[in-house]
Design a binder for this molecule. Structure first.
Ligand code: FAD
Length: 310
């Protein structure tokens, strides 16, 4: 088997398959969604662990399993079908695999506001479960208006000392304006010209020359697949842009499985994106795949391979 991706989903999938003595090649290009975050949160036993430390521990766990091989590199193409995939690595060579687990994650595109990128994953965040508590008792801002504005306000209200919605030039509709006013949320409608670091967290500069000094600033990001394989393989996608999977991580193409932020079931509007949920999906997906292997429904086809990964 080839597992593409060395975030929590891929690492856990490899662990589950390794424990079942399946031949696994895990390929990791080293680009992780939470790369800019100093600590990960909301994972029991791991709350506050630096993400890199989490991944290093996971890789150390995998070293105990002789059928698991880690490769730092990039999968550049996937061809073939169930029982006989050809997975190209670093544009240099290919391995054959009965099945492939995609765990390549998603990427966030930030609003274009100058200064945001440098603060992303620290003072600038998107997920109250990941970052909200760290801003407790401080003034917190929400940049931009969107479908999630009221939801975010409701989630952050018990945590922040004061909430400010920075609409960046947009006017809230009367219903939203009334809801925000009822919660005591300040609304600033001038365009945001820049976000820069401050001793509190981030200073937001507005077009009218005023500033808001905040402990934390939430933004909505646009998600896209990190890797081209969903499109290349013609996998069925959901309106979220994620890969549709069944309860056991199977995609619409036999032999291709998907786990982590890049995939979810059709009953959800989007992935429940977290380290714990991604690792859980990795385990469930590897178990689903292993059940197929155990039943004999999926096996590497007979042709003698030059190089094989199970
Ligand atoms: C700023 C930020 C902070 C966050 N903080 C938290 C937090 O505190 N707690 C929490 O639970 N969640 C947090 N999250 C969410 C969490 O990071 C994700 O839910 C989680 O990383 C998803 O895991 P994954 O394995 O699906 O993807 P990722 O962790 O993104 O891993 C994707 C893997 O695929 C690899 N890859 C991609 N393309 C290729 C290719 N072609 N070949 C080989 N490898 C490839 C990458 O190199 C990487 O190894 C945060 C997210 C962000 C953006």
């Amino acid at each position: 088997m080839v597992v593409v991706g060395g975030g929590p989903a891929g690492l856990q999938a490899a662990l589950t398959l390794g424990r079942m003595h399946r031949e696994v090649l895990l390929v990791d290009s080293g680009e992780y969604r939470n790369a800019t975050a100093a600590h990960l949160h909301n994972f029991v036993t791991q709350d506050g662990t630096p993400p890199e430390e989490f991944r290093a521990r996971a890789r150390a766990d995998l070293s105990a399993y002789s059928t698991v091989t880690l490769h730092q590199g990039r999968v550049t193409a996937i061809d073939g079908g169930a029982g006989d995939f050809s997975v190209a690595i670093d544009n240099e060579y290919a391995v054959r695999a009965a099945a492939v687990v995609l765990a390549t994650g998603v990427r966030d595109s930030l609003p274009a506001t100058p200064g945001l990128t440098a603060l992303w994953g620290g003072v600038v965040a998107h997920c109250p479960y990941c970052h909200g508590h760290e801003f407790a008792g401080q003034p917190v801002g929400l940049l931009g208006l969107g479908p999630a504005t009221q939801h975010l306000v409701g989630m952050l209200a018990p945590i922040a000392a004061r909430l400010t919605v920075l609409t960046d030039g947009a006017e809230p509709d009367p219903e939203l304006a009334a809801a925000l006013a009822a919660r005591g949320v300040a609304v600033r409608t001038h365009r945001v010209t820049e976000v820069s670091p401050s001793s509190l967290g981030a200073v937001v500069s507005l077009e009218d020359g005023t500033q808001e000094d905040l402990g934390g600033l939430f933004v909505s990001t646009t998600l896209s697949q990190s890797a081209p394989f969903a499109e290349d393989l013609g996998l069925r996608l959901l309106p979220s842009g994620c890969i549709e999977v069944d309860e056991f991580g199977a995609t619409s193409v036999p032999g291709i499985y998907a786990a982590g932020d890049l995939a979810h079931r059709a009953t959800l509007p989007m992935p429940m994106a977290s380290v714990l949920v991604a690792a859980g999906a990795g385990q469930v997906t590897a178990s689903g795949l292993n059940a197929q292997l155990a039943s004999g429904a999926l096996a590497l086809s007979a042709e003698a391979p030059a190089s094989r990964a199970g």
